[in-house]
Design a protein around this ligand. Structure first.
Ligand code: CO
Length: 458
């Protein structure tokens, strides 16, 4: 059987290249063509899509999902889910996680990809249990990074644990694009030998190596790979779908995608992309290969954030110093993978350490909370001297952080009973309170206006 393909153009592709600005209308213009391509799945929801709908596009993310579902009756729909963080940036209560999983599946999702920034499996448990309870396919993704503790043995042991937890498939999620081809070959060979789940690779082209890495992973037995339709591939996004189809055509790994429909969808999406280029939404930098990420092992998005932080402080001349400080901060914090929210914490701390002239003199609130155990278990030992300097005598929790969070769903439902009309609305409010409330108030106002208008014409 050939390799299976998940296309990311409707989620990670536009999140990586145009700050998640595709509208539902844009998406629906290619959805039924994509439905005929023969993908394993389409990644269409989760990550930043939900926030972007409410915050920038004045769209209901749930409605988007239902419309995609209707337009794609033949293809599985996939979403990205940050474990106990759901789609937000803090830990939420278990009842909220369960409800979100239930409603995602009810509104059209088939496959939920769950991950935790720290690979602390306790932070995955609620989402995994809920996904199984409501009949979804639960894929567990492991955050890939390099460090003295993130060895191949580490990932093999985690894979065994994921299988025991009841995950239906396993993904290696290389958000920074630092997985090199030979390392991928070794990693996937070892995973294949030690785990019976289907294996998937998610990587990014940022460093210029992803296409090679994907091929080597397939050679080692990787079952599913993430690619993006050409207009939203390359740069900080995924490798190109059509190109991989040409490369593997008539080999034993042939994904057997329909090139006619791929080209049709690609032509439509290219026109949409051209508009984003004209409006300046697509930053040419996002399409430029950046091998520095391989040198510093830092995601591309983090490098651009650092530059803008330093520019804002008029301290661009300290850029190299900050880059050299990042690995030291990471070591002090027990080698967290550099993915949201850890990448922001490590980056900001490194900037503060350099600009303040003394290490850990200034500390973001999130780093303090992380060192108190509120994000879960660090992958390696934390530097105790640094921890005490930052948190003093404060208690460090070693249990699952969400054990301390009281149920939230009914509280939110009661709080916003005047503006929500369904459980999906409550979940939007729970995750992105301010933007969701504003969105719902506008929507309700519009509906009232329409009622008044209709009455006038009776
Ligand atoms: Co990604």
């Amino acid at each position: 059987m050939g390799v299976k393909i998940v296309d990311t153009c409707l989620r990670d592709g536009h999140q990586s290249l145009i700050a998640t600005r595709l509208t539902t209308k844009d998406i629906l213009s290619i959805a039924s063509d994509l439905d005929k391509v023969g993908y394993h799945a389409l990644e269409v929801w989760g990550g930043a899509t939900f926030d972007s709908c409410l915050r920038f596009l004045n769209e209901d993310p749930w409605e988007r999902l239902r419309l995609i579902r209707k337009a794609c009756p033949n293809t599985k729909l996939q979403m990205l889910f940050r474990g106990q963080n759901i789609l937000g940036y803090r830990h939420y209560s278990d009842d909220l996680v369960e409800k979100f999983v239930q409603k995602s599946l009810e509104n059209g999702i088939d496959i939920i990809r769950v991950f935790d920034a720290l690979n602390d499996v306790r932070n995955l448990k609620s989402a995994v249990d809920a996904c199984k309870k409501y009949g979804g396919h639960c894929q567990i993704a492991l955050s890939y990074t390099t460090s003295p503790v993130h060895t191949i043995d580490y990932y093999v042991e985690l894979a065994k644990e994921v299988e025991k937890m009841g995950g239906n498939s396993l993904c290696i999620k290389d958000m920074a694009g630092v997985l090199l081809p030979e390392a991928a070959y070794e990693l996937f060979s070892r995973l294949k030998a030690n785990c019976s789940l289907d294996l998937e690779l998610h990587t990014h082209c940022t460093g210029g190596v992803a296409e090679m890495t994907v091929l080597k992973a397939i050679e080692a037995g990787c079952d599913i790979v993430d690619t993006a339709l050409s207009p939203f591939s390359g740069g900080t996004s995924q490798p190109c779908t059509e190109a991989l189809q040409y490369v593997l055509q008539n080999t034993k790994d042939d994904p057997k995608l329909n090139l006619e429909y791929l080209n049709k969808a690609s032509a439509t999406l290219t026109k949409i992309k051209d508009d984003f280029i004209a409006k300046g939404v697509l930053n040419p930098k996002a399409l430029t290969v950046n091998p520095n990420i391989l040198k510093y092992q830092v995601p591309g998005g983090m490098l651009s954030n650092l530059m803008s932080q330093l520019k804002g402080q008029g301290a661009m001349d300290r850029y190299e110093e900050v880059l050299r400080e990042i690995p030291k901060v990471r070591k002090d914090l027990g080698y967290p993978p550099l993915v949201t929210p850890m990448s922001q914490m490590v980056g900001t701390q490194a900037v503060m350490n350099i600009l303040a002239g003394e290490r850990y003199k200034m500390v973001p609130k999130e780093v303090n909370e992380y060192l108190r155990g509120l994000y879960g278990k660090a992958p390696a030992e934390v530097n105790e001297e640094v921890r005490r300097k930052i948190i003093g005598d404060a208690k460090v929790i070693t249990h699952r952080p969400a054990d301390d969070i009281l149920p939230e769903f009914d509280v939110m439902k009661e709080k916003y009973k005047d503006i929500v009309t369904c459980d999906e609305d409550v979940l939007s409010c729970a995750l992105f309170e301010n933007v969701a409330v504003k969105f719902l108030e506008n929507r309700n106002k519009k509906e009232e206006d329409e009622v008044v208008e209709i009455n006038l014409y009776v």
